[in-house]
Write a protein that binds this ligand. Structure first.
Ligand SMILES: CC(C)=CCC/C(C)=C(\C)COP(=O)(O)OP(=O)(O)O
Ligand SMILES: [Mg+2]
Length: 414
């Protein structure tokens, strides 16, 4: 939250920052002087527009309004060679454009995994014993540590981890595998949304609403995870998150409506739905998890919104690609980009999948170009750090999908 004591944002970028932004854009467009641009559709080094590492400009120049400054982190180790993967770590999708990351800090992974299980079991009674294997196999601790390497403390990481678990509980229990259904979904989702966005009503009806928040696991998860988040974030960060969750719920409803009526969307319609039924609420909390705030007016700018939307879309199509075989096994038609492409563009399963990889790569390149433009146009520290945080989330999300062999496996197309 911007502290009243903080000096206002500069009216225009200082000269050094503007030079940096221009350099970043130039580098993004032309490559570093001694390295040619990475070829498309292949694993590449970290995007060139990102200032160097968690201790770079974005991190060190940020004024933290309500929180202690993030401790300096060690320089990142070199990213692993993506060709050196094993079956256990999973293989990246051939031709996919992504950035490999260093292994998430194992000490943090262990601690987050321990704490999230305690929360799930003791604080909110999330799942019956027989779902423990599924919970463990999801590896949410590894996921969140990979996506938020700049979190100053494990408490910060827990904010993201609880929300991730809660979001998946709602998706699984209301929409999908674990008892979900499109029938009646709108009512269930709206009532669950009130765990994030409280009902203000008369004393007569308030107790029934308050009781409802404890009445099933998805609502207990939303209520508790949001409670922690609200206490640690600013009012505008919490409201940003509510808005993203309303978008997500609207996306779930469109998908459910199409399932109910057996409607096969056009490709563009599917992509529009998937922009809402999307990971977006996860990268957009990168500043709260990092212990700083991207001010609301900078977040709301159309250029920032475009970067966020493209990042969310790329990460979500990554899910469509890695979860393709899992979703083929679900009875009935489960919409994902390769399935829609095959149907609507009359492609073989393989060609549709390969085209979906291209769509993903185009989204990634558009994201990186939009981020480079924004970094050049608005090179203030919070913007640069936020852009880096979103890009890091994108890379961590890819890492988790690739390495989660408990959950995902690749089709046999190559
Ligand atoms: C964590 C979060 C905000 C999730 C929102 C929606 C969601 C579950 C996804 C974008 C993942 O897609 P999908 O439902 O297809 O997940 P799986 O393929 O079952 O892993
Ligand atoms: Mg999926």
């Amino acid at each position: 939250m911007p502290d009243p004591g903080l000096s206002p944002l500069p009216a225009g970028p200082p000269a050094a920052a503007a030079r940096l932004g221009a350099d970043l854009l130039l580098q993004a467009l032309t490559g570093t002087p001694d390295a040619p641009p990475a070829p498309r559709a292949e694993p590449a080094a970290a995007p060139r527009w990102i200032p160097g590492g968690p201790s770079g400009l974005g991190a060190t120049s940020v004024s933290l309004a309500r929180r202690a400054e993030a401790p300096a982190l060690p320089d990142p180790a070199p990213a692993p060679d993506p060709a050196a993967t094993t079956a256990e770590q999973g293989h990246p999708i051939p031709g996919l454009y992504f950035h490999p990351i260093q292994e998430p800090d194992p000490v943090r992974v262990e601690e987050v995994s321990r704490r999230i299980k305690d929360w799930a079991v003791d604080e909110i009674q999330l799942y019956p014993e027989e779902w423990e294997g599924q919970f463990d196999g999801f590896s949410v601790g590894r996921y969140m540590v990979a996506c938020h390497p700049d979190a100053p403390t494990v408490d910060h990481l827990m904010l993201a981890t609880r929300l991730m678990v809660a979001e998946n509980a709602v998706d699984d229990c209301y929409c999908e595998d674990l008892g979900g259904s499109p029938v009646g979904l709108g009512g269930r989702l709206l009532l669950a949304h009130t765990a994030l966005d409280p009902v203000h009503t008369t004393p007569e009806y308030a107790p029934a609403w308050a009781d409802s928040l404890g009445s099933d696991a998805p609502r207990r998860a939303y209520r508790s995870a949001m409670d922690y988040f609200v206490r640690a974030s600013s009012p505008s960060q919490a409201d940003r998150f509510r808005h993203d969750m309303a978008r997500l719920h609207m996306g779930y409803l469109a998908e459910a409506a199409w399932t109910e009526t057996s409607y096969m969307p056009e490709v563009w319609e599917y992509l529009a739905m998937r922009q809402f039924n999307n990971f977006r609420p996860c990268p957009t909390i990168t500043d709260a998890v990092g212990g700083y705030e991207l001010p609301a007016d900078l977040h709301a700018r159309p250029e920032t919104q475009r970067v966020i939307a493209l990042a969310g879309n790329a990460t979500t199509i990554v899910n469509d690609l890695y979860s393709y075989t899992k979703e083929l096994d679900i009875p009935g038609v489960h919409l994902n980009l390769p399935v829609v492409l095959a149907e609507r563009e009359k492609l073989s399963e393989r060609d549709a999948y390969l085209k979906a990889v291209e769509v993903h790569n185009d989204l990634m390149h558009a994201f990186e170009a939009a981020a480079a433009e924004l970094a050049a146009a608005l090179p203030v520290p919070t913007v640069l750090r936020f852009l880096k945080g979103v890009a890091t989330w994108v890379d961590g999300n890819h890492y988790w999908h690739q390495t989660n062999t408990f959950r995902y496996s690749l089709p046999d197309f190559w």
